[in-house]
Design a protein around this ligand. Structure first.
Ligand code: GDP
Ligand code: MG
Length: 163
């Protein structure tokens, strides 16, 4: 069985861009509009000779009561259930948000191993904004740039090593 990695995070943090990096495809819809990729989306990836499956998810809004957001939250929970390890993506440029806290709490409840990744970190001179993300309680904050491919291989290796 190939290990399964789920990408989870609020809309617009760069999950689909990371998915494309991890699977080396352009299958995921990358959009400037938050929450466009509403359904789960599967792809195959490879690191050296290790193969894995990646699940891209739409947004994640645990507190929303109805409509598309609750459907997205359900889809994401299912993706987490299917995963061996979760990559929890936050936005290094936007900084820590209330939604990140909600997602962190939900991920804790679901109990899967998580790797916390701060995306859009290219060209960031200071890591001051990254320090806040330690509050989420997932240990090390891994800075990456999905758009530029920086740090991506490292987090895949970490995810696969954690299994
Ligand atoms: P998703 O909603 O989490 O799937 O996010 P997307 O992958 O659709 O990306 C949302 C926006 O962030 C798009 O405009 C991307 O081009 C942009 N983006 C994604 N990764 C990076 C990155 O590493 N750096 C920067 N500066 N922008 C990024
Ligand atoms: Mg997306």
């Amino acid at each position: 069985m190939k290990p399964v990695i789920a990408l989870v995070g609020r809309p617009n943090v760069g999950k689909s861009t990371l998915f494309n990096r991890l699977t080396k495809t352009r299958d995921a819809i990358v959009a400037d509009f938050a929450g466009l990729t509403r359904d789960r989306h599967y792809g195959n990836g490879r690191a050296g000779n290790r193969e894995y499956i990646v699940i891209d998810t739409g947004g994640f809004e645990p507190d929303a009561g109805s409509g598309i957001y609750s459907e997205m939250a359900k889809q994401t929970r299912q993706a987490v259930a299917e995963a061996d390890v979760v990559i929890f993506v936050v936005d290094a440029r936007d900084g820590l948000s209330a939604q990140d806290h909600d997602i962190a709490n939900e991920l804790r409840r679901l109990g899967k191993p998580c790797i916390l990744v701060a995306n859009k970190a290219e060209g960031m001179q200071s890591s001051a904004r990254l320090v806040d993300f330690y509050e989420l309680g997932f240990g090390e904050v891994h800075a990456v740039s999905a758009a530029h491919g920086q740090g991506v291989r490292d987090i895949v290796d970490l995810a696969l090593e954690s299994l």
